[in-house]
Design a protein around this ligand. Structure first.
Ligand code: OGA
Ligand code: NI
Length: 361
């Protein structure tokens, strides 16, 4: 196959003839004879990082069906379990959520087909403007990347207005149905989380204006990498929004920070991987921490993951819930900010949770 010629992202490489032009990771991998990664994809490992997690640790699993089984004791037990999972892990696996396995598979297959479209059809959506409702790209969404990530993506805004590429045929219908179903699951979880924080069940929905909440659909492609130990799919980050629901095609690669170590997640088949995100940390005044996570790559298989971040409406001013703030015992630990301003800040590439967190948190 011919080496990639299409330039996806304009970098300083454009002005420097000695720096190779940047294309997608997929095109790079499909070019002839790639046995090592180009140096600008090399991730500097940090000597203190350890992925030796405690073998006795098990990721919390939540049975979604027990929330609405009609048995109030069972519901309050699950709400307690969610509270514990959000406090101790910021992460849980959700089973028996009712979203059909066939739909999850169809959406993963549909995204794979999208990535397999000819380059020029995908290029139609290549943009540096992160507020465009459909975006195809590579790397991560910050203005200055320290190194190139081993990842291509397609991201769409799914709510309050739904957007999706019209090709491949049928993708839009599948993505729309999947987004609708995962939003229903998220709404139920946020009812339970409202209760676990001591509120009535519609508290978060009202306070965060979820009727016009921002829902994104992000499909990540991690092609096989000849030197996976040197590359990184997505470096350590927290997600904006309230909750992220993630599925993947059974390959594995998600790692979460737990007790100072990187914990490798082996998802149960057909489960949702749910993580608490920045705006839940802010709203809960730090009771639930937004979990640091990253995606590592492998040399054998193409991994696809689909992340659905669900957040407030963009104009919602997010601050710690006043009921959880007490000037003496638990003062507000975060500065109020609209979700839109927060997202813009994140694109600067600085960990913005740290910028809204006050020194007392
Ligand atoms: C993300 C993300 C992890 C993964 O898209 O924000 O963290 O396993 N993805 O792909
Ligand atoms: Ni993430």
């Amino acid at each position: 196959m011919a080496p990639p010629t299409e330039v996806l992202v304009q970098t300083s490489a454009e002005t420097n003839p000695h720096v190779p032009k940047r294309t997608t990771v997929k095109a790079l991998v499909e070019s002839d004879g790639l046995t090592s990664i180009p140096s600008n994809y090399s991730y500097a490992t940090h000597p203190n990082e350890s992925d030796a997690s405690d073998p006795n640790d098990t990721i919390p699993t939540i049975d979604f069906s027990l929330l609405n089984s009609g048995d109030p004791h069972q519901r309050s037990k699950v709400i307690q379990d969610i509270d514990k999972a959000c406090q101790e892990w910021g992460f849980f696996m959700l089973v028996n959520h009712g979203v059909p396995e066939t739909l999850m598979k169809a959406v993963l297959d549909g995204c794979n087909e999208f990535f397999n479209l000819p380059m020029e059809e995908k290029m139609e959506f290549a943009t540096k403007d992160v507020w465009k409702p459909i975006r195809f790209g590579t790397g991560v969404d910050i203005k200055v990347e320290k190194f190139f990530c081993w990842r291509d993506f397609i991201k769409v805004i799914a709510h309050p207005e739904f957007h999706c590429p019209s090709k491949p045929q049928g993708l839009s219908e599948v993505v729309q149905e999947y987004c609708k179903r995962s939003q229903e699951v998220t709404m139920e979880l946020l009812k339970a989380i409202s209760e676990s924080l001591g509120f009535e069940e519609s508290y978060i929905e009202k306070a965060m204006n979820l009727k016009s909440g921002l829902q994104l659909f992000a499909a990540n492609l991690y092609p096989p990498c000849p030197q996976p130990e040197l590359a990184m799919g997505i470096p350590a980050h927290t997600d904006h929004g309230l909750l992220t629901l993630l599925i993947e095609n059974g390959i594995g690669g998600l790692q979460i920070q737990h007790n100072g170590n990187w914990f490798h997640v082996n998802p149960l088949p057909n489960s949702f991987l749910v993580n608490t995100a920045d705006h839940l940390e802010i709203l809960s005044n730090g009771r639930y921490k937004s979990i640091m996570h990253r995606a590592v790559v492998n040399s054998q298989s193409t991994r696809i993951s689909i992340a659905i971040p669900n957040g407030p409406s963009l104009d919602t001013m997010v601050s710690p819930a006043p009921e959880l703030v007490d000037n003496e015992s638990s003062p507000a630990a975060y500065v109020p900010m609209t979700y839109k301003d927060y997202m813009d800040l994140q694109l600067e590439g600085k960990p913005c949770l740290e910028r809204v967190r006050l020194p007392i948190a």
